[in-house]
Ligand binder design. Structure first.
Ligand code: ADP
Ligand code: MG
Length: 702
């Protein structure tokens, strides 16, 4: 249990953070590192040597024997290779060494990481380069150094490099706009992210008994339990004692790593929970989210749970997402998405708001793609998560401000409305200027936007790369317009530009319920794309528009875009392929075994009854046997079809063609097979099944 009085000391105790650097580095070295972090300047080798020596000393004091360059290849996971600090001496002993060169650059053999054809196998070499803007930390006896990962030719092979590039692009464009608006002192703009992480906990023994969970992260068969989430009794419900112990332990582990875990609660589905951190600079937040997912699993294991991060582990109940709270803040401390007391007159706010609206409208397919994965496609549009249509919720007050801009009127402020709660003991509280709209994929929530489409399992890097770049592009376009305006009556003319922008992009604004069919129809009328799956959206990734956007801002080269196209498609097809094989195995072996042994017992029973009661006896057993037989014969037919089609899928050569086949044919075959498998499972008593049922898995947490 955490000693609350020691928490402030314990927080970040395993992190080589600013405080440690200030205490331990010589002043000039500290300042040089700071300059690199703040301004992105190049770091000299002598500085790196000094930092490395101090870092090693600190790491060894804290129990580290090894160091590793920690990076985020295109697998969506993190990667690490550990080297010890030891260096043998002539007298047969060792000393602990760590040089600036080792800190700054690593050369992992990179041939087995996905590169989408960027790196021929004979060029196995890849480089990792220290990212000083994300602090190093200690985990499991190693010093972890966050790094970017690129090929021998310098192409990005990871998620961090383009994220850092996109933050810089956004900052450059935002600074230009701010200076134009008279904010001469702004020299950098920071992207901030808080990513709320949803997850399921189930008993570890249950997890180990299900091949589908082990191999694919989601259940591929399983009849629904009699109770689902219809009572809405889990959301914000009392946290059970064992779960609470897990959450405490998790918080403590995260805090030691300097991850500001803040909020925890039960989610809508049974056994589903959420953790939200305090927001941080984008690349640190992304690193921390990767670590959070890892620590969640590790701590779960200690508590005899399995932590499921898949977007849709259970059919028929809510899946898990990762809400990406996103804002931009100047180095002078202005949150550019904070409307302030007078949003109608807050010019920077209005310009940035309009740029975000334009970016989301203009690049909706890319945003949709940034969250596309085989897992997340099950979730989007499933009446539990926003649909695959991208729209923006701005709330009543901002809608009113925007209406005034459109009509060329001044915004008459209503001021904060206080609410009386009807009992004198209760305080009067002020109402927020946005209500919550949980059905919107992209919602303004007071001083930030919340992008709710990312899936729970993936890195949020992609979403933020696209978002930052799209907004950078719109800022650059709007800057061009604004820079041509006369200084005379500038503000009036600026409002005309905003009106023009609003008229061009207001189709993306929607304050209503995003889960309804009416919205799907309305969105179609407005011409908003509804890209339901990854293969539907993929062509946009390599479109001229996308290549123009990313190359103009230096985020990706054309080759990098194409390599990511290949990797995404391959990954999608491989995931569904593994699911198809796993499902066949479970049905053919585990479920069939259950059906047969139950049928055997029933038949024995039936024969005995007939002996006692004559021909008329055993009508119950006969009835069950008949229904079970019909379900299982449909099941074997569907199984045979899935088997044949999976073989066809393997022969497809074009990547998009193959992915589309997995989506159109294999996923449908799997749905069909599941229908009959679940029908059969539903008739079999639990004791005949070698794996746990939905009811057991979802309602056993204590
Ligand atoms: P809500 O519950 O309305 O979504 P919270 O204040 O609880 O709002 O915030 C949810 C998440 O948004 C948290 O992770 C929080 O740190 C993050 N957040 C708050 N302000 C910002 C900001 N300026 N930029 C990015 N994320 C933010
Ligand atoms: Mg939220």
């Amino acid at each position: 249990m955490i000693d609350a009085s020691k928490l402030t000391e314990e927080f970040g105790c395993l992190v080589f953070n600013d405080k440690v650097m200030r205490q331990r580095l010589p002043k000039d070295i500290y300042q040089a590192v700071h300059k690199t972090i703040e301004k992105g300047t190049h770091l000299e080798l002598d500085v790196a040597n000094c930092v490395a020596a101090v870092m090693k000393e600190w790491a060894v004091e804290n129990g580290a024997t090894h160091f590793t360059h920690w990076f985020q290849p295109m697998t969506g996971l993190t990667a690490e290779k550990h080297d010890s600090f030891i260096s043998p001496t002539s007298d047969g002993s060792v000393i602990m060494e760590f040089s600036g060169k080792e800190l700054v650059k690593g050369e992992p053999d990179a041939s087995s990481f996905p590169s989408g054809g960027l790196r021929a196998t004979f060029e196995a070499r890849g480089y990792t380069a220290w990212d000083p803007s994300s602090p190093a930390f200690i985990k499991d006896g190693s010093l972890y150094i966050p790094t970017a990962f690129c090929s021998y030719g310098g192409e990005a092979l990871d998620k961090k490099t383009p994220l850092l590039r996109s933050m810089e692009a956004l900052s450059n464009e935002a600074v230009k706009v701010m200076k134009l608006l008279g904010y001469e002192d702004v020299n950098r703009v920071n992207t901030t992210i808080g990513s709320e992480q949803e997850y399921f906990l189930i008993d570890k023994d249950f997890y180990k008994k299900r091949k589908d969970l082990l191999f694919t992260g989601r259940t591929l068969i399983g009849a629904p339990a009699s109770k689902g989430q219809e009572m809405e009794d889990h959301y914000f419900g009392v946290i059970k004692p064992k779960v609470s112990a897990y959450m405490h332990d998790l918080d403590e582990e995260l805090w030691k790593l300097g991850i500001p875990a803040k909020t925890k609660h039960n989610e809508v589905a049974p056994s589903q929970h959420e953790l939200a951190p305090v927001f941080e600079t984008a690349n640190i937040a992304v690193d921390h989210n990767q670590l959070t997912m890892e620590v969640m699993k590790k701590v779960a294991d200690k508590h005899n749970y399995a932590c499921l991060l898949h977007e849709k582990p259970f059919e028929g109940i809510n899946g898990s997402g990762k809400h990406n709270n996103w804002s931009i803040c100047t180095d002078t401390g202005i949150n550019l998405l904070n409307p302030g007391k007078h949003p109608g007159q807050n010019i920077p706010f209005l310009v940035f708001l309009m740029s975000v609206i334009a970016a989301v409208d203009e690049y909706a397919p890319l945003l949709r793609l940034s969250v596309a994965s085989a897992g997340n496609d099950h979730r989007l549009g499933g009446n539990e998560a926003p649909p695959a249509i991208i729209s923006i919720f701005v709330g009543d007050e901002l809608a009113e401000v925007l209406k005034c801009i459109e009509e060329g009127k001044d915004f008459a402020e209503t001021g904060k409305i206080t609410m009386g709660m009807g009992a004198t003991v209760l305080p009067h509280i002020t109402k927020d200027n946005t209500d919550r709209n949980r059905t919107s994929p992209f919602a303004f929530t007071g001083n930030k936007f919340e992008f709710r489409m990312p899936g729970s399992a993936v890195s949020v890097a992609n979403a933020n790369i696209v978002l930052n770049t799209a907004v950078a592009e719109q800022l650059s376009r709007i800057y061009e317009k604004l820079s041509k305006l006369d200084k005379e009556g500038f503000e009036e003319k600026l409002k005309d530009v905003l009106k023009e922008e609003l008229l061009a992009h207001k189709r993306v604004l929607f304050n209503g319920n995003g889960y309804t069919d009416e919205w799907v129809q309305e969105a179609e009328k407005r011409g908003l794309p509804n890209l339901k799956s990854l293969p539907d959206a993929m062509p946009y990734w390599i479109s001229d528009e996308s290549i123009k956007l990313f190359t103009k801002h230096g985020i990706f080269t054309k080759e990098e875009i194409h390599s990511r196209y290949d990797i995404l498609l391959e990954n999608y097809s491989k995931s569904i392929h593994i699911e198809a094989l796993t499902m066949q195995e479970m049905v053919r072996k585990d479920l069939t075994e259950g059906i047969i042994s139950y049928e055997k017992d029933l038949t024995k029973e039936l024969v005995q009854k007939k002996e006692i009661l004559g021909e008329a006896g055993g009508s119950l057993e006969t009835g069950i046997l008949k229904t079970l037989d019909s379900a299982s014969s449909n099941m074997s037919e569907a199984l045979a079809k899935l088997f044949e089609d999976t073989k066809v899928a393997e022969t497809k050569e074009d990547l998009l063609d193959q992915a589309s086949y997995y989506k159109e044919t294999i996923l449908k075959d799997m749905d069909e097979l599941r229908k009959y498998a679940d029908e059969a499972e539903n008739m079999i008593p639990d004791k005949y099944l070698s794996y746990p049922t939905y009811g057991q898995m979802l309602f056993s947490l204590r």
